[in-house]
Write a protein that binds this ligand. Structure first.
Ligand code: NAD
Ligand code: MG
Length: 387
């Protein structure tokens, strides 16, 4: 008899990761079905997705859009939720097997915690969840036996390299970074960079926030912190190397000096499919890597002096406590302001740095204290930018 199809809850289904996950599910319909879809504002796309995939329930975050969504789905049995607690309400359902956490930013934390507390498998794209409260998230996952399978391409690469290596210690991991659109540029250039230029990523097409994070290299900093929690590493075991072609997705070095890497074309559908299908690899027709098209792969040291977000992230990584939560909150606000043309590109780093200096440090925060830190850091960063 055929195996039961896995029922997927996609949190953030209208985003870059969410829509690519639906592409995967559409082409693997005998393996997966959609149980829950959620979106913040894009009601039109959410309704379209709901009519195609016929989930049990959907969430539209923006309450003003609730009536139109409800009306558009009046002829179906799809339950429509909105309001502050809607994401946690649907995350509490028993009727799904895997949550794909693909909301952007701090907003993804609560529903993911709810799913973990129910012992659900998490396919984790929302790296901010681990940056903000990694200790609590991982502890809860351990207690509830909730597997966390990374979707972030670098972490998926490391996870794939670790399959079959459970008895072998990691000496270090090496996260690859494309370098973003401003690789090789200096502050005198970056000071004049505008939003539209920063939104042009050379290798990946992603949501606006992570695209800016890639341009400032904050994305790689967040990923270092994400890796610390996912793979239980010390700060000195996490290295970054710039690899402009984005073909080597990351590497693990074992104690005998052997390195394992996962390699492939830059296409998020692969790590998404791997996480949903884990532990099975699923046959697909994605484009294949061809060595003839890549005669050279390059690796270089990041420019820490220019891209100071990396240094700030390492500081947060080493400090522990609520420091990474502060860094993340300040960065979310600063990136938002940059996208609205309210501050310059280099101001993003300045805001993060000043907020990290200002918000009180807590060595072992409770979840409540993480929420407070997030709020305080946002308020401080916003006041600094006169938002
Ligand atoms: P996106 O902006 O394209 O999509 C975000 C999704 O979250 C949308 O569906 C949106 O409706 C929803 N959302 C936004 N704000 C929300 C809020 N306040 N409450 C509830 N829902 C909200 O983002 P993305 O590029 O798909 O990234 C999603 C996450 O995955 C991020 O954490 C990002 O760092 C991570 N990630 C993305 C990529 C990529 O290629 N896009 C790669 C690796 C990791
Ligand atoms: Mg990544």
């Amino acid at each position: 008899m055929a195996e039961q199809r896995k029922r997927i809850a996609i949190m953030g289904s209208t985003g870059s990761i969410g829509t690519q996950a639906l592409d995967v599910i559409r082409s693997q319909a005998e393996l997966f079905e959609v149980e829950i879809l959620t979106a913040q504002t894009n009601d039109e796309l959410l309704v379209k997705q709901a009519l195609e995939f016929m989930p049990n329930a959907i969430v539209i975050g923006d309450e003003k859009k609730y009536e139109v969504v409800k009306l558009a789905l009046a002829s179906t049995n799809i339950k429509v939720f909105t309001g502050e607690h809607a994401l946690e309400e649907v995350a509490d359902f028993d009727t799904y097997d895997i949550m794909l956490a693909a909301i952007v930013g701090f907003a993804g934390l609560k529903p993911t915690l709810k799913a973990i507390s129910k012992g659900k498998m998490i396919a984790l794209a929302n790296k901010e969840t681990l940056v903000v409260a990694g200790d609590i998230v991982m502890q809860l996952a351990l207690e509830n036996r909730a597997p966390i399978i990374p979707v972030d391409s670098e972490h998926s690469a490391i996870f794939q390299c670790l399959v079959g290596e459970s008895r072998n210690a990691i000496e270090k991991i090496i996260l690859t970074a494309s370098g973003g659109p401003f690789l090789g540029k200096k502050p005198n250039f970056l000071v004049n960079v505008k939003r539209d230029h920063a939104l042009q990523h050379p290798n990946w097409s992603m949501g606006a926030k992570i695209t800016i994070d890639s341009a400032t290299l904050m994305n790689k900093g967040l990923e270092m912190i994400e890796a610390k929690w996912l793979f239980n590493l010390q700060p000195h075991q996490i290295e970054v190397v710039v690899h402009p072609q984005s073909i080597v997705h990351s590497l693990v070095q074992f104690e005998d000096g052997s390195l394992k890497a996962q390699i492939g074309l830059p296409d998020m559908k692969l790590p998404i499919q791997y996480a949903l299908g884990f532990p099975n690899r699923i046959k697909n027709d994605f484009p294949r890597f061809n060595f003839r098209k890549y005669p050279a792969l390059n690796f270089e040291e990041p420019d820490y002096k220019t891209f100071r977000n990396l240094g700030l992230s390492i500081e947060a990584l080493k400090a522990g406590g609520n420091m990474a939560c502060t860094l993340n909150a300040a960065n979310e606000i600063a990136v938002w302001a940059f996208l609205k043309n309210r501050i310059g590109f280099l101001d993003i780093t300045a805001v993060v740095e000043k907020t990290m200096e200002t918000i009180s440090f807590i060595k072992k925060p409770t979840l409540e204290e993480y929420f407070e830190t997030d709020g305080e850091a946002r308020n401080f960063a916003a006041s600094m930018m006169k938002l």
